[in-house]
Every structure is written in structure tokens, then in C-alpha cells.
Design a binder for this molecule. Structure first.
Ligand code: ADP
Ligand code: MG
Length: 240
């Protein structure tokens, strides 16, 4: 589904990504771990072109994302993104948060968009919050709405950038549980997280990123139980 080769990204003289290669298959759950500042967010942002790569190629569903002929907006709709800070539209109700893009961007009828939105809210356990405003919800509820909002565009892959890092500890579980359900239902996912227990449990593949490259990757058993790279060992020693 995704095929990334030799991805580079610099901000001025700061070479953040220094040649990342990664393939993601349909239905696969890839979890990216690594120290702060190692380029994880930049990598995810390059994937859906929130940042423009300096070099390299990204193929998504057989199309070169970086070619001028590619309709980037269309491909981007196929990638749902969930951020650390929810980024909900504060002046819109939960229901409106979920329906605005399907209606405006995809041209879906309001009624159909609402029916779909309510089903997604049920999936994340928030059907009773459809008419609430984001500010009335807890952080965990807001993040579940953000996940439902991304799903409302019917994406082929979901990208998560530390979706639980801004949450109070008691709300982490409810968000991870929604993500685990998605994974169990076959969603293709690329997840940056510091939740090592979750990574171990749901990852088909764990990527350890440091200094702008993939230092090590493997099954969660391989990376967590028998890391080979000295940097991976050092990092896991600090976080586990
Ligand atoms: P991580 O998500 O692993 O913590 P980031 O991808 O956020 O790492 O950041 C990696 C490096 O890229 C950092 O040195 C950061 O300062 C730099 N960086 C990220 N985004 C920008 C930006 N928009 N402009 C300039 N530098 C950036
Ligand atoms: Mg980050």
C-alpha cells in the first residue's frame, strides 16, 4: 500500500530524515518508536505531504505521491491523520466535526454523512455526544472524536502521531482500546507512540527510529525482546 524509498527531509541545515525506506502492506499495523527529536513526526507528516520531502520517493496505492501529475488532495483523503492535540473544530458540534469534510470535500449528502457519522460515534462509544461541543468533552473523548472524524473520510490508512501523549493517564486506555479495535478490524495503521505495552500488543512490525533513520525493525517480539542495535537497547532500557 505504501512504499517509501530513501526519504530525506531537511529544515535548512537540519537534516532530519536521512534516508528512510519503508513499505507498509494493506492491513498491517506498523508502530514507530524512538526518542524525541528523532524525526518520527516529520516522517508521518511527509507521508501525507504536510511536509514536502527533500528527496526520495513515496508510492501510495501504486501512485507516486511526489509526481506533479498526481492528484494529491484525492490521495490525502485516503489517509486519515490523528494528532497529539486532537485538532477538532472548536466551534462545531461533534456531529459537524464528523460531517463537514465528507459533505464539503467528498460531496456526500448531509443525511448520509450524518448517518455514517452516528455509526462511527457509536464505534468509538460516543453516540450520546453528537450534539456536544469539543470543549465540553474530556481529552480522551475528544481524541476518540478525532479518530471518528478521520474515519468519516473512509481512509485506506490511518496515521497516528502520539495520539495519547496529551492525555491524562486515566484516559489513555479508552483511546488505545478504540485503536486496537481498528487494528483488529483490519485497518492499515502507522502509529507513532510511547505506549510500549500497546506497541507490543498490536504491532505487526515495530520500527525504531533515531537520528533520522530506521535503526532497527522487526516483529514486536524481535524488537522488544531481542533488540540487536545498541541504540535500540539503550532506548528500551530507558522506557521499559
Ligand atoms: P519527533 O517527532 O521524533 O520528536 P520531529 O520530527 O518532531 O521529531 O523533529 C525532528 C527534528 O526536526 C527536530 O530537530 C525539530 O526541531 C525539527 N523540525 C520539525 N519540524 C520542523 C519545522 N517545521 N521547521 C523546522 N524544524 C523542524
Ligand atoms: Mg513527534
Amino acid at each position: 500500500m505504501i512504499n517509501i524509498k530513501n526519504l530525506h527531509k531537511s529544515f535548512g541545515k537540519n537534516n532530519v530524515l536521512k534516508g528512510v525506506d519503508l513499505t507498509v502492506s494493506s492491513g498491517e499495523v506498523v508502530v514507530i518508536i524512538g526518542p524525541s527529536g528523532s524525526g518520527k513526526s516529520t516522517f508521518l507528516r511527509c507521508l501525507n505531504l504536510l511536509e514536502e520531502p527533500t528527496d526520495g520517493t513515496i508510492e501510495f496505492e501504486g501512485k507516486n505521491l511526489l509526481s506533479k501529475e498526481t492528484n494529491i488532495n484525492h490521495l490525502r483523503q485516503k489517509m486519515g491523520m490523528v494528532f497529539q492535540n486532537f485538532n477538532l473544530f472548536p466551534l462545531k458540534t461533534v456531529l459537524e466535526n464528523l460531517t463537514i469534510s465528507p459533505i464539503k470535500v467528498k460531496g456526500i449528502e448531509k443525511k448520509a454523512a450524518e448517518t455514517n457519522a452516528l455509526a462511527l460515534l457509536e464505534q468509538v462509544g460516543l453516540q450520546d455526544k453528537a450534539q456536544s461541543y469539543p470543549s465540553k468533552l474530556s481529552g480522551g473523548q475528544q481524541q476518540r472524536v478525532a479518530i471518528a472524524r478521520a474515519l468519516a473520510m473512509d481512509p485506506d490508512v490511518m496515521l497516528f502521531d502520539e495520539p495519547t501523549s496529551a492525555l491524562d493517564p486515566e484516559m489513555v486506555g479508552e483511546v488505545l482500546s478504540v485503536m486496537k479495535n481498528l487494528a483488529d478490524n483490519g485497518m492499515t495503521m502507522v502509529i507513532v507512540t510511547h505506549e510500549m505495552g500497546f506497541a507490543k500488543e498490536v504491532a505487526d512490525r515495530v520500527i525504531f527510529m533515531d537520528e533520522g533513520i530506521i535503526q532497527e525493525q522487526g516483529s514486536s517480539k524481535e524488537v522488544f525482546e531481542a533488540p540487536k542495535n545498541a541504540r535500540t537497547k539503550d532506548f528500551l532500557g530507558k522506557v521499559l
